[in-house]
Design a protein around this ligand. Structure first.
Ligand code: F6P
Length: 365
C-alpha cells in the first residue's frame, strides 16, 4: 500500500446526488486502512475558510452512511471561492475572492490533497484552485449524467429510477381520466434522465434538449393515440428541452452567488400548448428535487464506492489534478482540464434513441 502517509481532505460541492455519502465512506475507509488521515470540509470550498469546522472522518464516524441520501458534509452551489457572496458592514452583499485564504488554510492544516466530489462547476473550481497550488483529485457527481470523459456518474441511476416510478404511477390515473400528463424532469442541458426514464416508463413522447421539438408533432402523437383507442398520453420533457427556434424556459432565482441559470417551466408550457390545440384535459407536473432526494440505488452505491476507492488509490500513486472516470471495466484518471466545460449530451444517433424510435416513442421531431 506504499509507505507515505497522506493527510487528505474531502468536500462535496454543487447540487447533491444520491451516493455522495458512499464516496465519503469509501474515501474514509480506504484511507484509514492505509494509515492515512481524512478530514471532511463542510459545505464545499468555503468550509476551508474556518478550519475549526473541519472534522476528522473515522470509520466510526462514517459507519452506516452508505444508504443515506444527501451528504454528511453539506454542499452548496453558491460557494465559488473566487467570487464568494459576503455581507459587508452595511448589510450589502459584495463578492470577494477568498481563494488565496483557502489555499493557505489548506496548507496550514497540513493537508496533502483535496478529494473534490462535484459536477462540472465544482470541478472547474478545483481546477482553478489546483492552478494556485492546491493538489486536487476529482470525483464526478451529478444526477444529470452530463460530465464528459466518464461513462456515468453516481446519482443518475437513482434519479432515473425515481422518475420512472413516478411515470409508472401516472399511467393509471392518466388512463382513468383519459388525460395527457406532461412530466418535467431534471437534467440541465442534457436529456439523459428524460430519455432513460421516458423509455423505461413507456412514455409516448420524450422531449430532449438535444432534439428541438415541434409542438404540432407532439399534438399529432396525442391524436394518434386517440385514433388507435389509447385515450391518454404521457409526455416526458427534460427541463432543458426547447421548441425548434425557441428558447429554454428559465425561472428567476433569488440565490445570490449562484452562477447557473435555474431551468424549469417547459412542462407547463408544453401542457398549455397541448390543451389549447387538442381537446384533451392536460396536466403538468415537475418532479424537481424528488429526483435528487432519498438514498442511492444499489447500482449508485457500488459506483460511488468504486469512485471513492479509486480516488484513494490514485492519491497513493501520486496522481494529482485528475478526475476518476468510469471506463468499464476500469476506473481511470483523466485530467480535470479535459472534463470541464464539455457537457456530455445525448448523441442523437445513440442506440437508446434508435430503440425508442423503433418502439414508437416520439421525440416531437
Ligand atoms: O445539476 C443537478 C440539478 O438537479 C439539475 O438537474 C437542476 O437543473 C439543478 O441541479 C437544480 O439546481 P437547484 O438545486 O439549485 O435548484
Amino acid at each position: 500500500m506504499g509507505d507515505r502517509k497522506f493527510r487528505i481532505a474531502i468536500n462535496t460541492g454543487g447540487g447533491d446526488a444520491p451516493g455522495l455519502n458512499a464516496v465519503i465512506y469509501a474515501v474514509t475507509m480506504a484511507s484509514t486502512r492505509r494509515g492515512w488521515e481524512v478530514y471532511g470540509i463542510p459545505t464545499g470550498y468555503a468550509g476551508l475558510l474556518d478550519t475549526t469546522k473541519i472534522v476528522q472522518l473515522t470509520p466510526e464516524r462514517v459507519a452506516s452512511i452508505v444508504p443515506l441520501g444527501g451528504t454528511i458534509l453539506g454542499t452548496t452551489n453558491r460557494g465559488d471561492p473566487f467570487h464568494l457572496p459576503v455581507k459587508n458592514a452595511s448589510g450589502q452583499v459584495e463578492f470577494v475572492d477568498v481563494s488565496d485564504r483557502i489555499v493557505q488554510n489548506f496548507r496550514r492544516f497540513g493537508l496533502d490533497v483535496l478529494v473534490a466530489v462535484g459536477g462540472d462547476g465544482s470541478l472547474a473550481l478545483a481546477h482553478k484552485l489546483a492552478a494556485k497550488g492546491m493538489p486536487v483529485l476529482g470525483v464526478p457527481k451529478t444526477i444529470d449524467n452530463d460530465l464528459s470523459c466518464t461513462l456515468s456518474t453516481f446519482g443518475f441511476d437513482t434519479a432515473v429510477a425515481t422518475a420512472t416510478e413516478a411515470i409508472d404511477k401516472l399511467h393509471s390515473t392518466a388512463a382513468a381520466h383519459e388525460r395527457v400528463f406532461v412530466v418535467e424532469v431534471m437534467g440541465r442541458y442534457a436529456g439523459w434522465i428524460a430519455l432513460h426514464s421516458g423509455a423505461a416508463g413507456q412514455a409516448d413522447v420524450v422531449l430532449l434538449p438535444e432534439i428541438p421539438f415541434d409542438i404540432d408533432k407532439v399534438c399529432d402523437r396525442v391524436l394518434d393515440n386517440e385514433r388507435r383507442g389509447k385515450r391518454y398520453a404521457i409526455v416526458v420533457v427534460a427541463e432543458g428541452a426547447k421548441p425548434a427556434g425557441g428558447q429554454m424556459v428559465t425561472k428567476p432565482s433569488r440565490s445570490i452567488g449562484r452562477s447557473e441559470v435555474l431551468l424549469g417551466g417547459i412542462g407547463d408550457w408544453v401542457a398549455e400548448e397541448i390543451s389549447s390545440r387538442v381537446e384533451k384535459e392536460t396536466r403538468a407536473l415537475a418532479l424537481g428535487h424528488l429526483q435528487r432526494g432519498g438514498g442511492p440505488s444499489a447500482f449508485d452505491r457500488l459506483l460511488a464506492l468504486r469512485f471513492g476507492a479509486a480516488a484513494v488509490r490514485f492519491v497513493g500513486e501520486g496522481l494529482r489534478n485528475v478526475m476518476v472516470a468510469l471506463r468499464p471495466p476500469d476506473m481511470v484518471p483523466v485530467p480535470i482540464a479535459d472534463v470541464i466545460e464539455r457537457t456530455k449530451r445525448v448523441p442523437v444517433d445513440s442506440d437508446t434513441i434508435l430503440t425508442c424510435r423503433d418502439i414508437g416513442v416520439s421525440f416531437g421531431d
